[in-house]
Ligand binder design. Structure first.
Ligand code: NDP
Ligand code: OXD
Length: 312
């Protein structure tokens, strides 16, 4: 039996699609009449405190999110494998966001928008893409996809990950010891890391001060599409004000929804979006998790299982 436990998304719609895909296999929701001991798979997003109560026969926890930081912190998370969402549609959507914001900042959008408002004719030429280095933190599923789409646009690319990566057209840096060298040549810093104890607060004043300063007019730029816990918002506000950063694109926040009194809303060179960089698509999500359930029932191993010790 598959139990759906989804908050803040249309659970009924997902259930209907899972029922169509799984045929005779029972699919239930909270409030339905079922014995929790019969649940083998639970599909979760933002699970409530009692989400796992009574699930004594659980074989896998399926995460609607690609990021599992909040799920791993659930106080009653059972000791079953956690399978996260990995999907080319999700990757494409994330790369759409990354490419849009990288190209916007590369072409000095903030600067020229301000000039237009002021009716100021000021011929500052942006560097060529090949003279602009995009540094991607996190070279996993999403980081690699973003890199793959930025390389053909001509950007100079570098990446930072925990373990070394060899990706065509991307200079790889790995481990804490190479972080400063990675930052020193980066003009546009893109964060696609998972949120773990090691990466919490990594977007802070010290990090911003190490970015390359002499390439983009106005200063280096950060783009955070991973988790709000990666960023110190007070540091971002200060860095945007004093010119340490030229601009920031933020899709995620320390507190979501972003509180109405957050200064970030009103900063001209800060681009706020409400955690919409990439959504888990129902059609591809149901297809992905249905295959995982069917393969697992047939005795095949689970894929994309989270390493709980690493935290991602
Ligand atoms: P992956 O697990 O595939 O990749 C994670 C990458 O981060 C890996 O390259 C890993 O290194 C690297 N990494 C992890 N810890 C460290 C560390 N301490 N130092 C350096 N590098 C590290 O994740 P995804 O690409 O699938 O997703 C990334 C994040 O994007 C998710 O965790 C989620 O938070 C966020 N997300 C946001 C969405 C949005 O709408 N805003 C939508 C979907 C996801 P290594 O390769 O060596 O293991
Ligand atoms: C995710 C997200 O982790 O939407 O998938 O943030």
């Amino acid at each position: 039996m598959l139990l759906l436990h989804l908050s803040d998304v249309d659970e009924a719609n997902w259930a209907e699609k899972f029922r169509a895909a799984l045929g005779a296999y029972p699919v239930v929701r909270r409030g339905d009449d079922f014995d929790p001991a019969d649940v083998r798979y639970i599909f979760v997003w933002k699970p409530k405190a009692d989400a796992f109560d009574g699930l004594t026969g659980l074989e896998a926890i399926l995460s609607l999110g690609a990021g599992v930081d909040a799920l791993l912190k659930h106080p009653n998370l059972p000791d079953a494998p956690v399978v996260r969402f990995v999907d080319s549609d999700l990757s494409q959507r994330m790369s759409d966001y990354v490419v849009a914001h990288v190209t916007m900042h590369h072409r000095l959008y903030t600067r020229f928008r301000a000039d237009q408002k002021a009716r100021r004719w000021n011929q500052i030429y942006p560097p060529a893409a090949s003279e602009t280095t995009v540094g991607i933190m996190g070279m996993g599923v999403l980081g690699q996809d973003a890199a793959k789409r930025l390389v053909p646009l001509g950007f100079d690319l570098r990446s930072w990950s925990r373990t070394p990566k060899a990706i065509d057209g991307v200079e790889g840096f790995a481990g804490a010891e190479s972080f400063d060298a990675f930052l020193a040549g980066t003009d546009i810093l893109v964060n696609l890391l998972p949120l773990t104890p090691e990466t919490t607060g990594i977007l802070n004043s010290a990090t911003f001060a190490k970015l390359r300063r002499d390439r983009l007019d106005g200063g280096p730029v950060i783009i955070n599409a991973a988790r709000g816990g990666h960023q110190r918002e007070a540091d971002i506000v200060a860095a945007l004000a004093d010119g340490t950063l030229g601009a920031a694109s933020l899709d995620v926040f320390e507190t979501e929804p972003l509180p109405a009194d957050s200064p970030l809303w009103a900063i001209e060179n800060c681009y706020v979006t409400p955690h919409i960089a990439a959504i888990s698509n129902e059609a591809t999500g149901v297809r992905y998790f249905t295959k995982i359930i069917e393969d697992h029932k047939a005795g095949k191993p689970l894929i994309n299982v989270v390493d709980r010790d690493r935290g991602y």
